[in-house]
Design a protein around this ligand. Structure first.
Ligand code: HEC
Length: 128
């Protein structure tokens, strides 16, 4: 019990520096999506968790007509923080889309996968 408490305290103590360096990187304009994810893992996750509604390839047709194909999502978010959008979707959904629980790693992986579907030359200074 005591050991647990100590490790919980240690974790809390470790958090602020980790967050502030991420924030510093972001404000310097070098951080894109917060955590670099694995496109391959993201593809596997999307195949299991998203493909019943969304086309998950760059130019597929979605099984559910009101769910945008992932190629379209990738284009729409080319200049925006897709990981933030997925964080919101994970907790509250998106209009007609029900919430879809995702861990931080899963969000990073799906973000990396979606980024791989659309290869616009990106200007990070315009990313918000
Ligand atoms: C039950 C069907 C369903 C599943 C499963 C599903 N979605 Fe969706 N999703 C939708 C629908 C419908 C919309 C369109 C919602 C709207 O804008 O009204 C949507 C929209 C989105 C959008 C677009 C948001 C925007 O700004 O346009 C993203 C991103 C997204 N989904 C990601 C995912 C990911 C990632 C998964 C898998 C982890 C997933 N979805 C699984 C139905 C689904």
């Amino acid at each position: 019990m005591r050991k647990l408490l100590i490790s919980a305290l240690a974790m809390v103590a470790l958090m602020p520096p980790a967050m502030s360096s991420a924030q510093a990187a972001r404000s310097a304009g070098v951080a894109d999506d917060a955590i670099p994810g694995s496109p391959a893992r993201g593809a596997a996750f999307a195949a299991k968790q998203c493909a019943s509604c969304h086309a998950i390839t760059a130019d597929g047709v979605s099984p559910r007509s009101d769910a945008p194909p992932f190629g379209e999502v990738a284009r729409k978010y080319a200049d925006y923080r897709l990981d933030w959008e997925l964080e919101a979707i994970a907790s509250v959904g998106h209009y007609a889309m029900p919430p879809k629980a995702m861990t931080a790693i899963q969000i990073a992986d799906v973000t990396a996968y979606l980024r791989s579907l659309y290869d616009k030359p990106r200007d990070d200074r315009h990313r918000r």
